[in-house]
Write a protein that binds this ligand. Structure first.
Ligand SMILES: [Zn+2]
Length: 280
């Protein structure tokens, strides 16, 4: 039996699967319990788990968690701990890396970028069947490329990240900055006659286009898949990206490229279940 767990900023969700059949699924708020303790609780009543596969919304390298802004990390050296204490194989990867593995399987592609905008802006890259990770597993952290100065501090400590324009967090911060009704949707901001409301949308769209153009320019993917909560509830943004991308990326990089919305409900969790095969 395989335990797949999506450790996100808001929820820890897990599924137990036996040969791809879901046996059990549950979730808890990420703030309520440490990740390691949560897994140990599951292991205490499920004795037949052989593989543990984790999608982690934070930085992780070789089975060791370096940091996470929103998850209670009660054990950093998590892979070694579980493999020594329990008779299990343990895999843990950054959530966008997991998501791009799931997208790659869905699109049958070896060269694919997953650009997800939810709370933050993240990118997962599979290039010639290899996840792009870097020396400290922070390669392709697209949300934090320098873009434009803002009055805000990003989670990474800088104040000029592109994520400060195109993310759920950015939308909240700019609405508060301009004293705009926080319940306004992206579409309402776009169609508003109020200058500040309209500006928040315009800046979001421009940052999204720069981010997409940067991903395409750096990695020359065959697919650019758009996902995450904000993109999934604004699926027409995909058409905007398609129609305007010639101004942000080289024509040759666009020749073989397909830009699409994700069709996977929880790509991070799906991708977690693929980690064993990826690392085989
Ligand atoms: Zn940043």
């Amino acid at each position: 039996m395989t335990l797949g767990l999506d450790a996100g900023g808001t929820y820890l969700r897990y599924e137990l699967r036996n040969q791809n059949k879901i046996i059990k699924a549950s979730s808890v708020k990420s703030s309520e319990i440490g990740l390691s303790q949560y897994i140990e609780n599951i292991l205490s009543f499920e004795k037949n788990i052989k593989n543990i596969c984790i999608s982690f919304a934070g930085q992780v390298k070789d089975g060791v968690i370096s940091s996470s802004p929103n998850i209670v990390v009660d054990r950093h050296n998590i892979k070694e701990y579980f493999e020594l204490k329990y008779d299990v194989n343990f895999f843990i990867e950054n959530d966008l890396n997991c998501a791009v593995l799931a997208e790659a399987k869905a699109h049958k592609s070896d060269n694919i970028c997953a650009l997800y905008i939810g709370t933050g802006l993240g990118l997962g890259v599979l290039s010639s069947s290899t996840l792009i990770e870097g020396a400290n597993s922070v390669a392709a952290e697209l949300g934090h490329i320098p873009y434009k100065e803002t009055p805000f501090a990003c989670g990474c400590g800088k104040s000029n990240c592109i994520e400060l324009f195109a993310s759920g967090t950015a939308l909240k911060m700019w609405k508060s900055y301009y004293d705009v009704d926080e319940s306004l949707t992206l579409k309402e901001l776009k169609n508003s006659s109020n200058k500040n409301e309209n500006k928040i949308y315009e800046e979001f769209e421009k940052a999204l286009l720069y981010a997409a153009g940067t991903a395409i320019t750096l990695f020359n993917p065959e697919f650019l898949v758009l996902g995450g909560g904000i993109m999934m509830s604004n699926s027409d943004l995909c058409d905007t990206v398609i129609s305007k991308m010639q101004d942000y990326a080289m024509p040759i990089a666009l020749q073989k490229l397909k830009i699409q919305n994700t069709k996977i409900q929880n790509a991070s969790l799906e991708g977690a279940f693929l980690l064993k095969d990826y690392h085989a």
